[in-house]
Design a protein around this ligand. Structure first.
Ligand code: PMP
Length: 326
C-alpha cells in the first residue's frame, strides 16, 4: 500500500504546467508552478510546516502551545492544518480587507480569527502586526510566528520549491517570476536557482501602493509609495527581512484592475481557477515580454486557489463596482 501518514506529508511536489493561450505572443516557454495542489490550496503550506518544525526543534513551540500569526489567510491555513495534526491551538489575526471566504475557511479548520483594520500604520496598536504581538505576550505558552522576518519561511522554498523547479525543468529554467509579499517565495526559490545557475533572472511582481519596486531601484523607503490597494497577497508597507533584495533582478508593478482582470482570464482562457496574486503574476510576466527570447524557460509561481475569491474577482457585481469590468 502507498499512502501518506497524515495530510502534512502531501505538502509539496506540485506540478509544473505550460501556459498556452495567455502567453501565445511570447517567444519563450512559460511554465506555471501550480501551488494549489498543496493540501491547504496554497504554497504557504510549505513554509508553515517548516516554521513550525524549526520552532519545535528550537524549543520555542512546546506541546499544548498556541500558534499566533498575522496572516492574510493562506499562511493561517497552512499553520492551522499543521496545528491540527500536531495538537496545537491556532489564532489568526487578519486585516479587514481580506475576503470573507478566507476568514470562514480559517474558522473551518479550527482557527480563532481576529479581524483588524487595514488602513492603519503597522505600529498602530489596532494593526494586525501589533495585535498579533500583543496576543502573543498575553497568552501563556504561545508562539508568534512572524512570517515576515522568520528565516524558516525563505528556507522552506530554498529546500523544497526551488529544487522542485530546478529538477522539473531539468536545469533549463532561465527566469523566475513571482508575486512578493513576505518575500519568502522569491528569496528562497530565487537564491536556490541562482546557486545552481547564476544566470537565472529573478523578477518580483509588486502592486501600486507598495514599497518594494522603488526601494529595490533607489534604496529609498518612500512613504509616498504607500496607499490602500485591492490586490491580495502581494505588496507591503514594510520591508520584511525575508525579501532578499540582492538576489532580485527587478520588480514590475501591476494595477489592481489588471490583476483582477487577469485572474479572470487565467480561469476563462487557461482553465486555471486561481487567486488574485496569480492574475498579478501572469500580467507582470507579460509586462516583462521584452526580457524574454526564444530559448528561454520562464517559470511563474501561482500561489493560491480561486475559491477564496468567488465574492470578489470572480463576481461581476464586485468587478463592476470597482470599475474593473472591461
Ligand atoms: N500570493 C498570495 C495569495 C499570498 O498569500 C502571498 C503571501 N502573502 C503571496 C502571494 C506572496 O508570497 P510571499 O509571502 O512568499 O512573498
Amino acid at each position: 500500500m502507498k499512502y501518506a501518514k497524515n495530510i502534512l506529508e502531501t505538502i509539496g511536489n506540485t506540478p509544473l504546467v505550460k501556459l498556452n493561450a495567455l502567453t501565445a505572443d511570447l517567444p519563450c516557454l512559460v511554465l506555471a508552478k501550480y501551488e494549489t495542489f498543496n493540501p491547504g490550496n496554497s504554497v504557504k503550506d510549505r513554509m508553515a510546516l517548516q516554521m513550525i518544525e524549526d520552532a519545535e526543534e528550537a524549543g520555542i513551540l512546546r506541546p499544548g502551545g498556541t500558534i499566533i500569526e498575522g496572516t492574510s489567510g493562506n499562511t493561517g491555513m497552512g499553520l492551522a492544518l499543521a496545528a491540527i495534526v500536531k495538537g496545537y491551538g491556532m489564532i489568526c489575526v487578519i486585516s479587514d480587507k481580506q475576503s470573507k471566504e478566507k476568514i470562514d475557511i480559517l474558522k473551518a479548520v479550527g482557527s480563532k480569527v481576529y479581524v483588524c483594520p487595514t488602513d492603519v500604520a503597522p505600529e498602530d496598536p489596532r494593526s494586525y502586526y501589533s495585535t498579533a504581538k500583543r496576543l502573543a505576550k498575553e497568552i501563556p505558552n504561545s508562539w508568534y510566528v512572524n512570517q515576515y522576518d522568520n528565516p524558516s519561511n525563505c528556507k522552506a522554498h530554498f529546500l523544497s520549491t526551488g529544487p522542485e523547479i530546478w529538477e522539473q525543468t531539468a536545469g533549463k529554467v532561465t527566469h523566475f517570476v513571482v508575486g512578493v509579499g513576505t518575500g519568502g517565495t522569491i528569496s528562497g526559490v530565487g537564491s536556490y536557482l541562482k546557486l545552481q545557475n547564476p544566470n537565472v533572472k529573478v523578477w518580483g511582481v509588486d502592486t501600486y501602493g507598495s514599497v518594494f519596486k522603488k526601494y529595490h531601484e533607489t534604496g529609498i523607503f518612500d512613504k509616498n509609495e504607500i496607499y490602500p490597494y485591492i490586490t491580495e497577497g502581494i505588496g507591503e508597507d514594510i520591508l520584511p527581512k525575508n525579501v532578499r533584495f540582492e538576489i532580485i533582478d527587478g520588480f514590475t508593478k501591476v494595477t489592481d484592475k489588471d490583476a483582477a482582470v487577469y485572474t479572470q482570464k487565467l480561469a476563462k482562457e487557461e482553465g486555471m481557477f486561481l487567486g488574485n496574486s496569480a492574475g498579478a503574476a501572469i500580467k507582470g510576466l507579460l509586462q516583462l515580454k521584452e526580457h524574454f527570447s526564444k530559448d528561454d524557460v520562464v517559470v511563474v509561481l501561482f500561489h493560491d486557489h480561486g475559491s477564496r475569491y468567488v465574492g470578489k474577482m470572480f463576481n461581476d457585481d464586485w468587478m463592476s463596482e470597482k470599475g474593473f469590468l472591461e
